[in-house]
Design a protein around this ligand. Structure first.
Ligand code: ATR
Length: 278
C-alpha cells in the first residue's frame, strides 16, 4: 500500500511545528504516513482540499488564514465546528471530507493541566477576534465561574457572544480603568489579541499586573516567549503559552485521522525540543 499523506494547510506554514510533532506519532505507531507542510494561497485552496479526497490522503490540519474559508469545501462539519464557525481538521472518509474543530479541546486540556478546578476560575479574555472564538467557547463549556471579554471594539465581543450563544458573560471596553479593575477581580487572564506577537508591543502594562492575584494564571496563545509571559513570570505569576494547546489539538486530530490513541507525551517532547532548538 502507498504511503499515506497528511499535512497542514495554511499561508504561511513554513514555521508550523505540526510536522515536527505529528510525524513521530505516526512513526511510533508504525503507520506509514508522511505529514507535510502544504503552503496554500487562497486561490489554490479548492484544488488543495479536493486532493484530500484521494485514497492515499487521510486528512489535514487547517491553519491561518483558512479555518473558515475551507468550510464550504467539505461535505460535513461537526456541530462544534459549525458553532465556532471555523475548522482546523479535515478527515477523509472514503472520499467524503469531514471537518472538525479540535482547538476547543486542545485549549481545554492545556488549561485544565494548570487549573484542574477551572470551574472556580474567573476568566478575563483579552480580544474578540478569530482566535478568541474557540477560546471563549472552550471556557463557557468548561463552566468557568465567570467570563469577561475585554475588547477594543466592545460591539465585536457582544456579537461574538450572541453568535456563540453564550449568555451571562460580561463585555468591557479597552480602557486602562476597565483593565485595571478587571485584572484585580479575575484569576485567569487569556491574551487572545494579536498584540504581543512581536516584542514591540505590550498587551498589558507590567504595572497593571501588580493588582493580579499571585495564585492566578496568565495565558498567551502564542508559543513564543512574549513580553506578557515574561512580565508575568518576573512578577511571580504562573504562565501558560500556546504550545500545549497546539500539541493537544494535534493529538485529537491524529486520533480522528487514525482511530488510534495519540502518543501525546512523545508529541509534546518533540514540540518542546523543536521550540528550544529554534
Ligand atoms: P485573530 O484571528 O488573530 O484573532 P483578528 O480577528 O484580527 O485576529 O483579531 C485581533 C484581536 O486583537 C481583536 O480582538 C482586536 O481588537 P478589535 O476587535 O477591536 O479589532 C485585537 N487588537 C488588535 N490590535 C489591537 C490594539 N492595538 N489594541 C487593542 N486590541 C487590539
Amino acid at each position: 500500500m502507498a504511503t499515506l499523506r497528511v499535512g497542514v494547510i495554511g499561508d504561511p506554514v513554513a514555521h508550523s511545528l505540526s510536522p515536527i510533532f505529528q510525524q513521530p506519532a505516526f512513526d511510533d505507531l508504525g503507520i506509514d504516513a508522511r505529514y507535510e507542510r502544504w503552503h496554500t494561497p487562497a486561490d489554490q485552496l479548492p484544488e488543495r482540499i479536493k486532493s484530500l479526497r484521494n485514497p492515499d490522503a487521510i486528512g489535514a490540519n487547517i491553519t491561518v488564514p483558512h479555518k473558515t474559508a475551507v468550510m464550504p469545501l467539505v461535505d460535513t462539519i461537526s456541530d462544534l465546528g459549525q458553532r465556532i464557525g471555523a475548522i482546523n481538521t479535515i478527515i477523509n472518509r472514503d472520499g467524503q471530507l469531514h471537518g472538525d474543530n479540535t482547538d476547543v479541546i486542545g485549549f481545554q486540556r492545556s488549561l485544565l493541566e494548570c487549573r484542574p478546578a477551572a470551574e472556580r476560575d474567573h476568566v478575563l479574555v483579552l480580544g474578540a477576534g478569530g482566535a478568541s472564538r474557540a477560546i471563549i467557547a472552550a471556557l463557557a463549556d468548561l463552566g468557568v465561574a465567570s467570563l469577561t471579554i475585554c475588547n477594543r471594539t466592545p460591539a465585536r465581543a457582544e456579537a461574538l457572544l450572541t453568535d456563540l450563544q453564550i449568555p451571562g458573560a460580561t463585555v468591557l471596553p479597552w480602557t486602562d480603568w476597565d483593565l485595571m479593575t478587571a485584572i484585580r477581580d479575575h484569576s485567569v487572564i487569556v491574551n487572545a489579541t494579536s498584540i504581543g506577537w512581536n516584542d514591540e508591543q505590550r498587551v498589558l502594562d507590567p504595572a497593571l499586573l501588580d493588582a493580579f492575584a499571585r495564585t492566578g494564571l496568565i495565558v498567551d496563545l502564542t508559543y513564543r516567549d512574549t513580553p506578557l509571559l515574561r512580565d508575568a513570570a518576573a512578577a511571580g505569576i504562573a504562565t501558560l503559552d500556546g504550545l500545549p494547546m497546539l500539541v493537544y489539538q494535534g493529538a485529537r486530530s491524529f486520533e480522528l485521522w487514525t482511530g488510534r490513541h495519540a502518543p501525546v507525551a512523545r508529541m509534546m517532547a518533540a514540540a518542546q525540543q523543536a521550540r528550544h532548538a529554534g
